[in-house]
Design a protein around this ligand. Structure first.
Ligand SMILES: Nc1nc2c(ncn2[C@@H]2O[C@H](COP(=O)(O)OP(=O)(O)OP(=O)(O)O)[C@@H](O)[C@H]2O)c(=O)[nH]1
Ligand SMILES: [Mg+2]
Length: 455
C-alpha cells in the first residue's frame, strides 16, 4: 500500500453500473483529490487519513466487504470467526483479553460476491474485547474498525450490561446493519434461551431489529456421550459437539444478498464525507494558528518599536505601518488579495470601532495597569514599557478583528465592525496580553543593554 502524498488510483471496475456505487466512487476520488491539493504541512498531519482513504478506495474497487466482530472480552468473538471460516484461524482462550490486535480473515467459504466484481471478497475482522482491563486503546481500535466496516456482528454471551448497551447505541448511530449474536447458548436451558431472547429484543427495540438477534454456540463445551458397545457394555466419552452457527450464517448471507453492494457504497461515501470534513477543519485550524502567530509577531514588533522610539501618542495605536503590514499579510494567509490602501482603511475602521478615537485613552489606562506591575528600578523602563505594551495590545486587537473579517470572506457579516470589535475586546484577556508584551520588551531591553546599545 502506497503511503506517499500522490495516491495511486486503481482503474474503475468495469461491470458495475449501480448508480450508488458509482457516486460513492466519485466521492472517494474527490476526497483523494482534496488530499493532493493540501500543503506539505497539511499532508504531514493527514498521512494516516490519506492511507485510510486509499484503503477505502481499494476496498470499493475490489469489492471487499468487511464484517467486524465486536463485543466484550471472552464472549467468543474469535471462536465465532473460527467456526465461520471452518478452521482455527484466530486464537481462542479462556483468558479474557486474548485478542490484542485487529485480525482480518478472508471468509472464502461464504459464497458471496458483489455482482460485477470478480475480485470481490468477504473479510471477517476479529477485534479485542471492548471492556478489557487496561485496554482502553484496544477498545478504541475496535470502535474504529467497526466504523470502517460494512456490517457489525455484536457478540454477547448473556443479557447486556451497561458497557455493551452503550457501545451498541453508538454503533447503531452509524447506520450499518448490526446482527446481535447471543453466543454460548449451549450453556442455557431452552427456557432460559427463550427468556434471554425476549429480554434482548425488548432492550434493543429501535436499536437492533428483532429478526437480527441470532443464537449460536461457536465453541460448545464438551458433553458426555455414553457409547454402547456390541457386547452390551457401555462407556462414557467427553466430546465437543460441532459449532452451531447456521442461523448466523443464513442471516449474514441474507443481509449481503439483499444489500451487499449498497452497504459497500454507502459506507465508502460516508467515510469519504467524514475525511473531507476532517481535511476542511484541519485546513482551518492550520490557517488560524498561522494567523495567530502572525498577529502576535507583529504585536511584539509594534510593542518593541514603540518602546525603543516612544512616539507621539497619536501614532501609537492603529495608524502605523506595522499594523497595515500585519493586516495586508493576514489577507494573504486567508487567500484574499488586498491593496495597501485598503489594508490601511481596514486598520482605521477597527480602531474607530474600538472607540479609540481618543487614542490616549488606551495608553493612559495601560500606564495605570503597568505602574502597579512594574517594580523595577529603571526610570526609562517606567516610561517605555507601558507605552510599548499598550501599542502592542492595540495591534493585537486590530489583528484579531482583521482575522475575523477575513475568516468571514472579507466581511463583518450581519454584526458590523463595532459589535465584532467589542466582542473581541471583551474576550481578550487584556492584562495577560499586556504582561506578555512587557516581558517581550524587557527581554529585548536586556539584550540591547548587554549589547551596549542602551546607555
Ligand atoms: N460453552 C461455550 N464456550 C464458548 C463458546 N464460544 C466460545 N467459548 C469459550 O469462551 C472462551 C473465550 O472465547 P474467545 O473466542 O477467545 O473469546 P473472545 O471474545 O475472542 O475473547 P477476547 O479475544 O479475549 O476478547 C473460550 O474458552 C471459548 O472456548 C460457546 O459457544 N460455548
Ligand atoms: Mg478473541
Amino acid at each position: 500500500m502506497s503511503t506517499d502524498s500522490s495516491p495511486e488510483t486503481t482503474e474503475p471496475p468495469q461491470h458495475v453500473d449501480d448508480e450508488r456505487y458509482l457516486d460513492a466512487l466519485t466521492s472517494v476520488r474527490k476526497t483523494l483529490d482534496r488530499f493532493r491539493g493540501c500543503s506539505d504541512q497539511e499532508k504531514d498531519l493527514l498521512r494516516r487519513d490519506l492511507r485510510q482513504m486509499q484503503e477505502m478506495e481499494s476496498k470499493l474497487t475490489t469489492g471487499r466487504v468487511e464484517i467486524v466482530v465486536f463485543g466484550e472480552i471472552s464472549t467468543g468473538k474469535s471462536a465465532l470467526i473460527n467456526a465461520l471460516v471452518g478452521q482455527a484461524v484466530t486464537e481462542v482462550d479462556v483468558q479474557g483479553g486474548w485478542t490484542r490486535e485487529i485480525w482480518h480473515v478472508a471468509w472464502d467459504g461464504c459464497g458471496y460476491r458483489i455482482p460485477g466484481l470478480g475480485s470481490s471478497e468477504v473479510v471477517l475482522i476479529d477485534t479485542p474485547g471492548i471492556n478489557e482491563v487496561g485496554g482502553a486503546h484496544r477498545g478504541e481500535m475496535a470502535q474504529d474498525a467497526a466504523r470502517r466496516s460494512d456490517m457489525i456482528l455484536f457478540v454477547t454471551d448473556s443479557d447486556l450490561n451497561e458497557t455493551e448497551f452503550s457501545a451498541l447505541v453508538s454503533l447503531a448511530a452509524v447506520n450499518k446493519p448490526i446482527i446481535l449474536v447471543l453466543n454460548k447458548i449451549d450453556l442455557f436451558s431452552p427456557d432460559q434461551r427463550k427468556r434471554l431472547h425476549e429480554v434482548l429484543s425488548q432492550r434493543l427495540d429501535g436499536i437492533v431489529q428483532s429478526e437480527n438477534i441470532v443464537e449460536t454456540s461457536a465453541d460448545p463445551r464438551e458433553v458426555e456421550y455414553i457409547v454402547e458397545k456390541a457386547d452390551g457394555s457401555s462407556s462414557s466419552q467427553w466430546r465437543k459437539p460441532n459449532p452451531n452457527i447456521e442461523a448466523l450464517q443464513l442471516k449474514m448471507l441474507e443481509v449481503l444478498e439483499k444489500d451487499g453492494l449498497a452497504l459497500l457504497a454507502l459506507n465508502a461515501a460516508m467515510y469519504s464525507a467524514d475525511k473531507s470534513d476532517r481535511i476542511a477543519s484541519l485546513k482551518l485550524k492550520i490557517r488560524n494558528d498561522r494567523a495567530n502567530q502572525h498577529i502576535w509577531g507583529y504585536a511584539v514588533v509594534k510593542a518593541t518599536t514603540v518602546a525603543f522610539n516612544p512616539a507621539p501618542i497619536a501614532d501609537v495605536i492603529g495608524g502605523g505601518a506595522v499594523d497595515v503590514a500585519m493586516v495586508w499579510h493576514l489577507a494573504h494567509i486567508y487567500g484574499i488579495e488586498m491593496t495597501w490602501a485598503n489594508a490601511e482603511k481596514l486598520v482605521k475602521s477597527v480602531v474607530q470601532a474600538a472607540g479609540w478615537v481618543t487614542l490616549g485613552e488606551l495608553t493612559t489606562h495601560a500606564i495605570m495597569w503597568s505602574l502597579k506591575a512594574v517594580t523595577l528600578g529603571w526610570g526609562s523602563v517606567l516610561t517605555v514599557l507601558p507605552q510599548g505594551a499598550a501599542a502592542g495590545y492595540g495591534s493585537y486587537v486590530v489583528g484579531q478583528a482583521a482575522k475575523y473579517y477575513f475568516e468571514h470572506g472579507a466581511s463583518w457579516g450581519s454584526e458590523g465592525p463595532k459589535s465584532v470589535v467589542q466582542k473581541i475586546l471583551n474576550k481578550t484577556d487584556r492584562n495577560s496580553v499586556i504582561q506578555d508584551l512587557k516581558d517581550e520588551i524587557l527581554k529585548k531591553l536586556r539584550i540591547n543593554q548587554h549589547a551596549g546599545v542602551n546607555e
